[in-house]
Design a protein around this ligand. Structure first.
Ligand code: G4P
Length: 530
């Protein structure tokens, strides 16, 4: 027990969120370099090779050279056991990307200093904000021309609605980037263009009042820094761990992942400020990993078809309390049965490996004979409780879908329903029109291809997808609403999900506001309750 608690306290489980190209992969690679997992820069970044090896599972991935699946990287650093959850970002952005955030205890937000807050960051941040988890900001690419640093903070505060607290502050950017000023120690970490690729950037530090500073920082830059420090000390929020813990204040760091500058400073501060495995809500109240000794976990992702011949699935779960032993039995709450948790595996940078022990905070993938659904709880506790469900996240692309051969209706429905149950797509129907047609909603358009491919390959059903112009979906929170009475906009469409719950689709975002204005008391949500 004592040993188990020690192991749990060592865990730091976080996701890195960013817009594509902000530098998530490069930063992750530097973390792995520090953790000694890889010993050469570039091992993760060779997307065509390394990424491929991580998830060589679906033919579609091979064809396109991208990963549809996401993985977890685990390594030890500074006496801690770190789990980085990969949130797929390019074309492979999907609902799984959001779900992965449900398994994290904090998030690192990487922002490209020349671009500021971008669309995908905004979307992922919303999920972090909904969970109130701590968010740490790394403003990357300072070795390139950057936006004004105050402007960047302003964007984060205004667009994301979270106050910021800069831990360090950059001096110049691009060709004139000199380094960062450490506000706590009142010293400057000097940047040199030769740091790229070194394991630990050997950073030279110099006190702000050191007379030798002049040989590193030009006079005009120094004057500007002095002014900015004064402004910061007067105007920016003070560091407050309590606010950080509640996701109400984001510590901000500046650096360059590519040049390996500011990464160790970030990692060391981050590991001190981020939390150990967090308690989780359940139908029996809050379950705290520091107090409960029984094993418990919830499923946040299902990976289908890893072995085409067997239609195997892997259920990824986040361990919330206790200790996991390979092959152990646990109670599957939603299934109402005891199940054996077999073939447990974890993902490493370049391969999957079998494991025999894991602890609260860790993510494991378990062989799933087709019994698990997203959000399910597993536990060895005498008390049968279930963790709070995982919300349904708003799809942004919609299509009407039908089978080419009408004789194959049954297989078509079976396939569509099964794929929806795994969480790859969401399915809806027209509301009260009596039409049987199915509307599919996805977070990333690649999921349409996945659907088409899987229906053809696994269910032998060819389909036609007719894309619909809607981009915004809202769940109706009011219990007793008469949908016929809602007066919407001309671009609004009423639909229902498989449980018969009503939803609204809109083409334009402003129509959402307009519909709210026109219907007093109407409550719309971007997240669906599971
Ligand atoms: P992502 O995972 O967030 O999509 O971004 P990724 O790390 O792949 O980085 C995107 C591009 O930005 C890469 O260049 C990468 O080298 C570059 N980059 C990342 N961090 C920094 C930084 O701190 N400074 C500068 N100057 N560039 C940075 P690329 O040309 O697309 O790829 P590659 O040819 O370098 O592999």
């Amino acid at each position: 027990m004592a040993n188990m608690m020690e192991e749990i306290k060592k865990r730091r489980t976080f996701a890195i969120i960013s817009h594509p190209d902000a530098g998530k992969t490069t930063l992750t690679e530097k973390f792995l370099l520090y953790g000694g997992v890889i010993n050469q820069a570039g091992s993760v970044k060779g997307k065509a090779t390394a990424r491929h090896a991580v998830s060589d599972w679906m033919d579609i991935e091979k064809e396109r050279g991208i990963s549809v699946t996401s993985s977890v990287l685990q390594f030890e650093y500074g006496g801690r056991c770190i789990n980085i959850l990969d949130t797929p970002g390019h074309q492979d952005f999907s609902e799984d990307t959001y779900r992965t955030l449900m398994a994290a205890d904090s998030a690192v937000m990487v922002i490209d200093a020349s671009k500021g807050v971008e669309a995908q960051t905004r979307k992922l941040f919303k999920v972090c904000a909904m969970r109130h988890i701590p968010v740490f900001t790394f403003i990357n690419k300072m070795d390139r021309e950057a936006l004004d640093s105050f402007e960047l903070l302003d964007q984060i505060e205004k667009e994301l609605g979270i106050p910021t607290c800069p831990v360090n502050w950059p001096i110049g950017s691009g060709k004139r980037f000199c380094g960062v000023y450490d506000r706590e120690h009142r010293e400057i970490e000097l940047f040199s263009g030769t740091m790229k690729g070194t394991r630990m950037g050997e950073v030279e530090k110099i006190a702000i009042d050191d007379p030798g500073l002049g040989s590193h920082v030009d006079e005009d830059q120094f004057e500007q820094l002095e002014e900015e420090i004064e402004l910061l000390d007067g105007a920016s929020a003070e560091f407050d761990q309590d606010l950080v813990d509640r996701g109400q204040l984001s510590p901000v760091f500046f650096g360059s992942a590519l040049m390996n500058f500011g990464v160790d400073t970030f990692l060391n501060h981050f590991l001190m400020m981020t939390s150990t495995p967090l308690p989780r809500n359940s139908d029996m109240g809050v379950v705290d990993p520091m107090k409960e000794k029984d094993f418990s976990a919830f499923v946040f992702k299902i990976q289908a078809n890893m072995n085409k011949a067997h239609r195997d699935r892997i259920a990824f779960m986040r361990i919330c309390t206790g200790e996991f032993d390979a092959g152990m039995d646990a109670w599957h709450i939603q299934g109402g049965k005891k199940v054996r948790l077999s073939q447990p595996q974890q993902m490493m940078a370049s391969d999957r490996r079998m494991i025999d022990k894991a602890y609260a905070g860790d993510i494991i993938g378990i062989f799933d004979p087709g019994i698990f659904s997203i959000g399910d709880t597993l536990s060895t506790s005498e008390e049968k409780f279930s963790y709070e469900g995982i919300p349904t996240f708003a799809p942004e692309h919609f299509a009407r879908v039908r089978q080419v051969n009408t004789m194959k209706r049954k297989q078509f429905l079976k396939g569509v329903n099964q794929i929806a149950q795994e969480g790859a797509i969401q399915i809806f129907q027209e509301f009260n029109t009596g039409m049987e047609e199915i509307i599919v909603g996805v977070v990333g358009v690649l999921q349409f291809d996945v659907l088409k491919y899987r229906l053809e390959n696994e269910y032998n059903v060819e389909i036609i997808l007719e894309s619909l112009p809607y981009e915004h979906i809202r769940w109706i929170e009011n219990e007793d609403i008469d949908l016929d009475k809602i007066s919407g906009t001309s671009d609004m469409k009423k639909i229902k999900d498989l449980k018969g719950r009503p939803l609204l689709l809109f083409i334009n975002s402003w129509s959402v506001g307009m519909t709210l204005d026109r219907n007093e008391g109407l409550i719309l949500s971007e997240f669906g309750r599971s």
